[in-house]
Design a protein around this ligand. Structure first.
Ligand code: GAF
Length: 388
């Protein structure tokens, strides 16, 4: 993004400088954006993310015993922990907690995790809702699995990485981000059924369609994001209980009005309406992509944003401004992506319109006195991998 040295070279350099040694290998995992399907994953529903070309890279080698030493280019000092800290959820805090969480989740699942020295470098911006934490978890998981020769097929990895985040770090997130950063393929969006974790790699060829996805970092400070996320999740679970279904995924869109009539208050009705209609929008988007009608998904993206803003109440003025300005400048569709309360907006644009749309968003931000947004155009990239 910034003309810095390549991220894999930075990880290698961080390892060599920090440990005065050559790493045994390097493992990469990308950030992600979610094309559509927000707050549906923990409702056993559908999501459609794709991986970004921005990656986190971990350079690592084994070290004797149950000891993990981690350096990051964002920190002056290494984090060092042993089995006692790894086995106590929450004990290692900050960015090191995601690494300790992966060690914990693997040990809890019965794997013999090798001790290791690691060095991390990343191009995934932190706190922008592009899943920098899932990228870190996935890259560390891949490194430890290879270094230890662990029998760990790709389909099992997302749950372990999610367990690290839920059980060790303490964030009650769903399965989307870890699935995206591990299972995505270049040129495709990942259609994931979050109930049984079945996936379909749906071709998403923006170049062929003469289109681009513009990703706009709203730069909005996260306002109470953790508590609000947990409260939305709890509201959905309560509503599913009231409706007598295992999860809101089990409310068919055709039965939505009848289901809403059985709920006690307007806020709960709006939360349920978002989830049920959002699941349908994912299915409709997948159908259009499969039919090669990429440009036609725009209205579904915009409807998703309206639903997040009006029913799920998770947008903030910066993201609403970015969506409105992008649409006014000719975007075919636009929506906030990720958990909400800030983070990024994506806009589907004609390829030639990417820069004018970005400029329109910048000027709308300037008019409102918001910090200038960062933008990038993103083509669907591959998931986590070992680098040569
Ligand atoms: C965050 C969470 F980590 C995901 O699990 C998902 O719920 C998303 O918010 C909202 O769709 O990224």
């Amino acid at each position: 993004m910034t003309g810095r040295p390549d991220v894999a070279d930075r990880a290698t350099a961080g390892f060599s400088c920090g440990y005065d040694a050559t790493p045994a290998g390097r493992w990469a995992a990308p950030g992600r954006v979610n094309l559509i399907g927000e707050h549906t994953d923990y409702n056993d529903g559908f999501v459609l993310p794709f991986a970004l070309p921005l990656r986190t890279v971990v350079a690592a080698d084994p070290q004797p015993g149950e000891r993990w030493t981690v350096r990051s280019e964002i920190a002056d000092r290494p984090v060092d922990f042993g089995a006692a800290e790894a086995d106590s959820p929450g004990r290692v805090t900050g960015w090191g907690g995601y690494v300790a969480g992966v060690v914990w989740a693997l040990r809890e699942a019965g794997y013999a995790v090798p001790g290791a020295r690691l060095a991390i470098a990343s191009d995934v911006p932190l706190g922008s809702g592009l899943s920098s934490s899932a990228a870190l978890e996935a890259a560390v998981l891949a490194a430890l699995a290879d270094l230890g020769g662990l029998d760990l097929p790709a389909e099992r990895r997302p749950r372990l990485a999610q367990r690290a985040e839920n059980g060790y770090v303490g964030a009650p997130t769903g399965i989307m981000d870890q699935s995206a950063v591990i299972r995505c393929r270049a040129g495709h969006a990942l259609f994931l059924d979050c109930r049984d974790e079945s996936v379909d790699h749906v071709p998403f060829d923006l170049d062929a369609a003469g289109l681009a996805i513009l990703v706009i970092d709203s730069r909005a400070p996260h306002r109470h994001a953790d508590g609000e996320y947990a409260s939305r999740r709890a509201a959905c679970e309560r509503a599913a209980d009231l409706l007598g279904v295992p999860a809101l995924r089990d409310v068919p869109v055709a039965d939505l009005d009848a289901a809403l009539a059985r709920l006690p208050d307007d806020e709960t009705r709006r939360r349920v309406r978002h989830v049920v209609t959002e699941n349908q929008r994912v299915l409709d988007t997948v159908a259009l992509l499969r039919a090669g009608r990429v440009a036609e998904i725009g209205p579904l993206l915009t409807a998703s944003h309206a639903s997040m803003r009006d029913d799920f109440a998770i947008t903030v003025p910066e993201v609403d401004t970015a969506v409105e300005a992008a649409l006014a400048a000719g975007a075919l569709g636009a929506r906030m992506t990720g958990g909400g309360f800030g983070g990024c907006v994506l806009a589907l644009v004609e390829a030639a319109a990417a820069e004018p749309v970005a400029a329109a968003v910048r000027s709308a931000y300037a008019e409102r006195g918001f910090a200038a947004p960062d933008t990038l155009t993103a083509l669907p990239a591959p998931g986590a991998t070992r680098l040569p």
